[in-house]
Design a protein. Structure first.
Lengths: 493, 100
């Protein structure tokens, strides 16, 4: 029998439907793979029973001749930012350690309704703040990938680093991610997998621990474009409980996948040719252009003049929203409480938050508090929101000349854990290509292109018009078909 | 603009995060590094540009004015609401005495 853990979403779903194997066999295979991969630290908690129960339900439904959901029999990893009923949900923070929600997030509920099961809750950067998965209270996630000739532990990217590591290591066929400023695309690129952030509002934010509400979007991470299309279809949809949820139909992205790009125009933004970008990344970008041309697309130059200002604008807007969102952690309603002897309410808040938040989270709360404070609000926050409007306008104008934009996902390949910790700014710069699409709320995807001289994966990014996930997926598929990316990490865990 | 230790202490107090002297000292150069870097936004000509309020144009919806329109977010959930509280007492959130 084939090794079931080598299969992705589509093959598992089709195999279970067709009776090649049972959902229980799949769940058992992945539960075992998860248990053997503790060295990656990809999971904060594992939930093998959840995966088995969901699988048994699917097998029973099939035996009864019922129609199976679009994710039927697929066990997935759930980023520990999604509230899951009765299962600890921490956002990788100490302050939420032990928190067991009494409700289920909309996105996770939709996945269970579609027949998926949960292997466990995946590690991440604390409150999704980080680009290397080094800010989790529960320890770093280690990428399954190694540099050729080195044994150094590499970063799986962040913040969805547990998700990317688990999918790349074949201990989960797919995982949920969330993307605030690149947190799906950058880890996908670092680990040689696919990940798509849909248009802002496609996936409900209800039940997702909030970081920066005007930017946060959930999306799937999986090993192929088809798998992402299937899973996104199960995650997306209108939710009256999220005020920013898009009230529009969810297209059948999987059915409409088409890698024939004749008549399509692919924009190459000249401002993305930045100093500090690895030559191998620039080469893969050239290769990507050739692949899309081969698929029938016309390549056109476009300009996104405010690109260099997107990242600094993001580092005002996101911390500002975070400082407001994270005010809810006060040691009163949920999560931990630190109550030193004889202190009052205000000191309890301050002690709880000092003990419960990690350094990066504190840094961003302080920046956010500062830029929103009286006297500085206009100079920082209002200015950043105006620049954000300009970044979005750049994209609008570019999409008058092209249908989809091709760019690198990151300026570098993965780096060793601990190598970027000297200065928070160096780490921030890794999201330079990912953040503009986040600020503009656009659908954007990373697909693996090739490996560099060190044998580490490199990703290419596609950015589409609002609501045009299809255009992004189609171009991603065209790259996937031509890149023939089959590299896999050697199993060392 | 740059911040000094006293300013960071003020911000930390506003954000309700207790920080000792060492932590404040460490935070000053880190925050200044970030603030100096974001200052480049000042170069951008934003004449006539409205600050962005919503990234995808959307209108606020009104739901039907009925009790428990969505049972998930409706009332009658006291036990669920208190289930994760660190010090729930008598059906309330318990907090230390507040005497000013």
């Amino acid at each position: 029998m084939t090794d079931l853990t080598s299969l992705g979403v589509k093959d598992i779903r089709d195999g279970v439907r067709g009776g090649s194997f049972t959902a229980r066999e799949v769940a058992e295979a992945f539960n075992t793979a998860v248990a053997e991969a503790a060295a990656l630290n990809a999971f904060i908690v594992t939930t093998p029973d959840h995966a088995l129960a969901a699988a048994d339900k699917v097998d029973a439904a099939r035996a009864a001749g019922e129609e199976l959901g679009r994710m039927a029999g697929v066990p997935i990893g759930m980023k520990d930012l999604f509230a899951t009923h009765g299962v600890q949900t921490t956002a990788a923070s100490h302050i939420l350690e032990g928190f067991e929600p009494r409700y289920e997030s909309t996105v996770s509920q939709k996945l269970w309704d579609a027949g998926a099961g949960m292997l466990g809750k995946l590690n991440l950067d604390q409150f999704a703040m980080g680009s290397s998965n080094e800010t989790s209270y529960f320890g770093n996630v280690t990428s399954p990938w190694k540099k050729a000739g080195s044994n150094a532990a590499m970063s799986p990217g962040g913040s969805s680093g547990g998700s990317s590591a688990a999918v790349a290591a074949r201990i989960a066929p797919a995982a949920t991610g969330t993307d605030t400023g690149g947190s799906i695309r950058q880890p996908a690129a670092f680990t040689g997998i696919c990940g798509i952030k849909p248009t802002y509002g496609r996936c409900s934010r209800w039940g997702i621990v909030a970081f920066a509400s005007s930017l946060d979007q959930a999306g799937p991470m999986a090993r192929s474009v088809e798998d992402c299309a299937i899973m996104l279809g199960a995650m997306a949809g209108f939710d009256p409980k999220d005020a920013t949820s898009l009230q529009m139909d969810v297209p059948d992205w999987e059915a409409a996948l088409n890698s024939d790009l004749r008549g399509k125009k692919v924009g190459i933004p000249r401002e993305y040719r930045m100093a500090g970008t690895d030559q191998a990344i620039l080469d893969s970008w050239e290769q990507g252009k050739a692949w899309l041309k081969d698929a029938g697309a016309e390549i056109v130059d476009v300009s996104l003049p405010h690109t260099k200002y997107a990242l600094p604008a993001y580092y005002i807007v996101a911390p500002a929203e975070a400082s407001s969102n994270l005010a809810r952690y006060d040691g009163v309603r949920y999560g931990m409480r630190d109550l030193p002897d004889g202190v009052g309410l205000q000191d309890m808040y301050a002690a709880t938050r000092a003990a419960g938040f990690g350094d990066e989270v504190k840094r961003r709360i302080l920046i956010g508090t500062y830029v929103l404070s009286a006297g500085f609000y206009d100079a920082y926050y209002t200015q950043a929101q105006k620049v954000r409007a300009l970044v979005a306008r750049d994209f609008e104008r570019a999409f008058e000349q092209c249908d989809v934009i091709l760019a690198p996902t990151t300026p570098t390949a993965s780096f060793p854990l601990g190598s970027m910790n000297e200065d928070p700014l160096t780490m921030y710069l890794n999201d330079v290509f990912a953040v503009p699409a986040s600020l503009a709320g656009l659908p954007a995807m990373s697909v693996p292109a090739t490996v560099n001289a060190d044998g580490l994966p490199l990703g290419l990014q596609l950015v589409g018009r609002p609501f045009d996930e299809q255009g992004v997926l189609d171009a991603g598929l065209a790259i996937q078909e031509r890149a023939g990316f089959t590299a896999m990490p050697d199993k060392w865990w | 603009m740059s911040v000094d230790k006293a300013t960071v202490a003020k911000i930390a107090s506003l954000a309700r995060i207790r920080m000792d002297d060492d932590a404040l000292e460490r935070m000053v150069p880190e925050l200044n590094g970030i603030l100096q870097w974001v200052e480049q936004l000042g170069e951008v000509d934003v004449t006539g540009i409205e600050p962005m309020a919503a990234v995808i144009p959307n209108t606020l919806r009104l739901r039907d004015d009925v009790v428990d329109a969505d049972p998930l977010t409706g009332g009658g959930k006291q036990a669920d609401v208190l289930a994760n509280a660190p010090a729930a007492e008598h059906g309330f959130f318990g907090v230390p005495k507040v005497i000013e």
